[in-house]
Design a protein around this ligand. Structure first.
Ligand SMILES: [Zn+2]
Length: 396
């Protein structure tokens, strides 16, 4: 499905308001919440009375920006917006980019969620905006890789390269994007490059003509607002804040909150493992490391190589899936071994700050028991030393 975001190539500054499906989904979630509050009001539950769901607030803000963009007066109050929800989108003063079929829908019908709104609300998880953005980013990554790669191998390689850039570059100047575009030049039907579409999905553009400076954490490269403040990235070792200077033509891109939270920050551990293995030059002959094999089937594929009759053969395959989550119990309950690449050993890898947390690994293993048979839980450093040890055995 295509959500028609920014396909016209126009640059929009401000929050990512160009995805109207997200706005109407958030409205649907908000309405579901409002209706639930209303039906609960008669049951003596007054604690949440008067508070509107966050999704509703978020949707209102997005719509407000949309109205600004089009020079249309925004709804004056929640009641105005509620009244709009009972009208089909095609009759709204602000024009939304939805399919012509969906434009005929309204969100409320006879004071109940319409089937359209029902579907939207059901599709949405708790953090609807984040999940939506995350999915869009992965879609855009796959599209950029398959448009620019000539065969499966290239597509996989380009996917891994772009995926890694989302980890290495939480902030991007438009001049950086130009370099990406020169490297991966394929365009869609509207003439926009697929990598531009990826950046539009994963980053928020802000107007920034001329040379720019910002502060960042040297370890995770996330921006920090103030020299005295820590980056706040889970498990980040931090370090003295750096000042970064960038030249731009007109625009800086900063990662969307959801990209940062669900793709960039958890990806740091995978990147550290890949870099640690790559830095051991003596291993290169014996170990082949593939990040994000087969379009993210797995985080890291580790192949041990040996020679037989002067031919290089794969002597063993290990798979690693890295997870950085707050709750070991919830992680254990939701974890299943990803994908279908056959591996002799399978590792669920924890970043050091989780592996060091008392009880974390034990809780995780207890919860995994019976759910993910044969999956070994290890810390990132332990995995790297296990790989090195195995490679040295092969080298003997
Ligand atoms: Zn940091």
């Amino acid at each position: 499905m295509e959500y028609g975001a920014g396909g016209d190539g126009r640059l929009r500054i401000g929050p990512g308001v160009d995805d109207d499906y997200l706005t109407v989904t958030m409205l649907a979630v908000g309405l579901a919440g409002i209706l639930a509050l209303r039906s609960g009001a008669g049951n003596g539950d007054s604690r949440s009375g008067g508070l509107l769901p966050n999704a509703w607030r978020g949707a209102f803000a997005r719509l407000w920006w949309r109205c600004q963009e089009q020079g249309v007066p925004p709804p004056g109050s929640d009641l105005d917006l509620l009244a709009l929800c009972a009208r089909p989108f095609v009759a709204w003063p602000v024009s939304l980019s939805l399919s012509s079929q969906d434009m005929q829908n309204c969100l409320l019908a006879d004071g109940e969620l319409s089937p359209f709104a029902e579907q939207g609300a059901r599709l949405a998880a708790a953090d609807v905006e984040a999940e939506w953005t995350e999915n869009r980013v992965y879609q855009a990554l796959r599209a950029a890789a398959s448009a620019n790669g000539a065969d499966d191998k290239q597509v996989e390689r380009i996917y891994a390269v772009l995926r890694r850039r989302l980890i290495d570059q939480p902030v991007l100047a438009d001049l950086d994007l130009k370099k990406w575009e020169a490297e991966f030049p394929r365009t869609d039907g509207s003439g926009q490059t697929y990598v531009h579409r990826l950046v539009t999905a994963a980053y928020i553009a802000r107007s920034a003509p001329g040379p720019q400076q910002y502060l960042r954490c040297p370890s995770c490269r996330n921006t920090v607002p103030d020299r005295r403040m820590a980056c706040g990235t889970p498990g980040c070792p931090g370090g003295p804040t750096e000042t970064v200077s960038k030249k731009t033509l007109a625009v800086m891109y900063e990662q969307h909150r959801a990209t940062r939270r669900f793709i960039h920050d958890p990806g740091l551990v995978e990147a550290r493992i890949v870099d640690a293995l790559a830095s051991k030059k003596d291993l290169a002959r014996w170990v082949r490391v593939t990040p994000y094999p087969r379009l993210d089937t797995l985080d890291i594929l580790i192949e041990f190589l040996t020679t037989e009759d002067n031919r290089v053969v794969v002597a063993g395959i290990w798979g690693a899936d890295a997870k950085d989550q707050d709750s070991a119990r919830l992680l254990g309950r939701s974890f299943s071994w990803p994908g279908s690449i056959p591996c002799h050993r399978r590792f669920l890898v924890l970043p050091e700050h989780r592996a060091d947390q008392p009880g974390y690994a034990a809780d995780l293993i207890a919860e995994l028991d019976g759910r993910a048979a044969g999956v070994e839980v290890v810390g990132e450093k332990r995995l790297v030393s296990m790989v090195a040890a195995r490679a040295r055995e092969l080298a003997l």
